[in-house]
Design a protein around this ligand. Structure first.
Ligand code: CA
Length: 400
């Protein structure tokens, strides 16, 4: 789950850093002492706050937070790591095993079992990989670091509140390096706001209790707008003359309009029309598959605002119900290195298409520059950075 970190990053652009953030001369121990004062004022007990005595910053957390990948992940690789035959079979088996519980959850929250299983698979490999960090230590490390101090300080205080409420012991509160906890990787604020005691034992245990895990995740999805009578989306075929400027989650149209534009199912049959809006999303650009994405796709983005993530959750859920593999995966999709993305940005800038300071990241400005270049070059305007595009903007090689 990444959403709250993303909204925090947005907030940093508009809100000045709070005074509570670490000042350069404040040692970690002094910082903990100030945190303790704030926690006491919030009513957190001395017994819970004793856990702060054992906390130290974790170098590995900052290392992971600062790590820069050398290559930009491709959709082919992202999907291939998460949607495998073994994973599909395991999901189907677990759906059978927990059918009664998942049906009870569907009736209460309106989230279909195969989607819950897909989130469960991707967040923690069905509970096998929930992260081995102490959540208090990880959050304290990130809160002491000045960059997103206020956001992680609030999460740390909420984690202490959860311990104080008796749901879990401080030493057992494990999670990812960024503080995401349990089998569905909830941040403390999500646990606090949406956690449900599904097995009625008085505690919310998102690490071990499947009723608590499924009830909590379904409650979060339901409150975020999930529709139990709709699917997430479907793979479609775009007509040859399709205007790629219409792609992206920013453009929503009624299904009838997409149908009138000539979009079909992969079988060639017309798309089913209901009173729903949808967007066209292209996780691998015009050379890859196209998906008609409905409202549940947008709700999946609330969980984690990544196109790869949302398409993969939806597709894995489809596969659990026996659907076919994605039909139009790109052939030989090549990963761009960060160095190559920087070169692409510099060359676009030199050609007069403003992609900002080359930083190796494909953001909104770079996509917009790519689209302008594609318009002038009569290429499909998918705004997608690729090796092929980089080769196109390089000066022509001297021909012998
Ligand atoms: Ca419980």
């Amino acid at each position: 789950m990444k959403i709250l970190i993303a909204s925090c990053l947005l907030a940093l652009f508009t809100v000045p850093i709070q005074a509570q953030a670490q000042t350069p001369e404040q040692s970690f121990d002094e910082w903990i002492a100030a945190l303790r004062v704030e926690a006491i004022a919030l009513g957190i007990s001395a017994a819970t706050l004793a856990a702060l005595d054992r906390i130290e910053p974790v170098a590995r957390v900052l290392e992971l937070d600062n790590s820069q990948p050398e290559f930009i992940q491709t959709f082919t690789r992202y999907l291939g790591l998460r949607v495998t035959e073994a994973q599909i079979e395991r999901g189907q088996s677990l759906l059978r095993q927990h059918a009664a519980l998942l049906e009870e959850v569907r009736e209460r929250y309106g989230v279909q079992p195969h989607y819950l299983a897909a989130f469960w698979a991707i967040e923690s490999n069905f509970g096998r990989n929930t992260g081995g960090f102490s959540v208090l230590q990880a959050l304290a490390t990130l809160a002491y670091d000045p960059r997103r101090a206020e956001f992680f300080r609030r999460e740390l205080l909420t984690a202490l509140q959860i311990i104080d409420d008796g749901h879990i012991a401080a030493d057992a509160m494990s999670g990812s390096w960024a503080g995401a906890m349990g089998q569905l990787q909830f941040l403390p604020s999500v646990f606090y706001n949406y956690g449900v005691d599904g097995d009625d034992d008085g505690k919310i245990d998102i690490w071990n209790s499947l009723p608590d895990i499924f009830h909590s995740a379904a409650n979060f999805l339901s409150e975020s707008g999930w529709r139990g009578d709709e699917r997430w989306g479907r793979e479609v075929i775009l007509p040859a003359n399709f205007d790629f400027r219409l792609t992206g989650a920013g453009t929503r149209k009624p299904l009838q309009e997409w149908k009138d534009l000539g979009i079909t199912q992969t079988s060639g049959a017309p798309i089913p029309v209901a009173d729903m809006n949808a967007s066209i999303v292209l996780p691998a650009g015009a050379a890859g598959p196209a998906f008609l994405a409905y409202d549940n796709y947008r709700t999946t983005l609330v969980y984690n605002p990544s196109i790869f993530y949302a398409v993969t959750v939806g597709h894995l859920a489809d596969r659990f119900t026996g659907a076919a593999a994605i039909q139009r995966m790109p052939e030989n999709e090549q990963a761009m290195s960060v160095v190559e993305v920087k070169e692409l940005q510099a060359r676009l800038n030199a050609l007069g298409f403003d992609s900002g300071e080359p930083d190796g990241r494909v953001g909104r400005r770079t996509r917009s520059a790519i689209r302008s270049y594609q318009r002038e070059s009569a290429l499909p305007m998918d705004g997608y950075a690729s090796i092929q595009l980089l080769e196109a903007v390089r000066p022509n090689p001297v021909l012998n």
